[in-house]
Design a protein around this ligand. Structure first.
Ligand SMILES: [Zn+2]
Ligand SMILES: [Zn+2]
Ligand SMILES: [Zn+2]
Length: 358
């Protein structure tokens, strides 16, 4: 994350003695003269206008003010001895710097009425322009409503219910398939199929970064796309920044900053590639004990792919048909047509085991 400085703004502090509001850079109260103690924090004014005063900005950049270790007076970072008592400031306590005070208040705030004479003053004004009375510190309305209680979302119980349901279903399926009944069956039919996949190189539309294209690639259209987001600026990158906020510099000025990221764009291109894919499947099927492979004829550019074979023996018992799969073609020969078998049959009509009967 890159921190971007947008400018500086004058903060305020409230006198603990007389409650008077003072501009941040004032080191003692404009009303009663008390020096700002080190435990009185700076606060944001209702409207934060950027300041142009180079001297104040330079002081803010120089570092946080130092409270004299002897008399407590606030001194600028550049001072070596206390402006009040002449004490050595290396014994002093620097103000805390870097605290985030809140979102930058860039919108002009509504006017403030003077509690004494009722005349309207600018939100930033510290004393009434009409009668000179101290004006109260006001929080912008938007920030007061922001602190509403938001209830935490309730956790859904659905994932748990679905998970339990899936387990129950698996158990039920296992019980159904593993439960068998015994019956006597007669071999009544066979079913076999043999398949050969035919493969060929065919053009396929793909997309990739321009930098990863092969030199001889058939490139189509390209467009700019976010390649990655990084913390530091880069040429041609798009800057994406968060909401500006005000940071206490410890000098009475706030620095308005923004956290930014950088989206780096690169060229993303369509191109045509060739991939070996299944273009056809040759099938041979039958209902006898002599399976055969389909005749393999390959056209130009084609090649043989995977072969698949399935063999099933069908038994009949009391008008019910039961199926048994075998893995090898020669197994079909072990079950002659009309032969009788003791069968172990599961709930779905599958034969789990077959013993020959005399
Ligand atoms: Zn005061
Ligand atoms: Zn001092
Ligand atoms: Zn007034």
């Amino acid at each position: 994350m890159t921190k971007k400085s947008l400018g500086f703004t004058e903060l305020e502090w409230i006198c603990p003695n007389c409650k008077n509001r003072n501009p941040g850079t004032r080191k003692n109260c404009a009303s009663c003269g008390v020096a700002q103690p080190d435990d009185i924090d700076f606060i944001q004014p209702a409207h934060e206008a950027f300041i142009e005063d180079d001297e104040k900005i330079a002081a803010a950049k120089a570092g946080p003010d130092i409270h004299c270790g002897y008399c407590g007076t606030r001194n600028p970072a550049s001072a070596a001895v206390c402006i009040q008592c002449g004490g050595d400031l290396s014994e002093g306590q620097a103000r805390i710097k870097g605290n985030v005070l809140g979102a930058h208040r860039h919108e002009p705030a509504p006017p403030v009425s003077c509690p004494s004479c009722g005349s309207e003053n600018l939100a930033n004004a510290i004393i009434c322009a009409n009668c000179g009375s101290a004006l109260p510190h006001v929080q912008p309305e938007a920030e007061q409503t922001k602190k509403k209680y938001i209830p935490a979302p309730k956790r859904s119980r659905w994932p748990l219910i679905l998970f339990a349901g899936a387990i129950l279903l698996c158990v039920a399926l296992f019980l159904l398939t593993s439960r068998t009944t015994e019956t006597v069956g007669e071999v009544s039919d066979y079913k076999w199929s043999r398949r050969i996949a035919i493969m060929a190189l065919i053009p396929v539309e793909k997309e990739t970064w321009e930098s990863s294209l092969a030199d001889d690639a058939a490139v189509g259209q390209c467009r700019q796309k976010i390649h990655h987001t990084q913390e530091t600026p880069a040429e041609g990158a798009r800057e994406v920044c968060g909401t500006p906020y005000t940071v206490d510099t410890g000098t009475g000025l706030g620095e308005v900053v923004q956290d930014c990221k950088y989206e780096v764009y690169r060229s993303w291109c369509e191109y045509t590639d060739e991939e070996l894919r299944v273009v056809n499947t040759l099938v041979s099927e039958g209902r006898d004990q002599n399976p055969s492979w389909p005749a393999l004829t390959l056209e130009n550019g084609q090649q043989e792919g995977e072969r698949e074979e399935t063999y099933t023996i069908l038994f009949t018992s009391d008008n019910e048909t039961y199926r048994m799969s075998v893995s090898r073609p020669q197994d079909l020969q072990k079950y002659p047509p009309g032969s009788r078998w003791q069968l172990d049959v599961n709930t779905f009509g599958g034969v789990r085991d077959a013993e020959p009967l005399p």
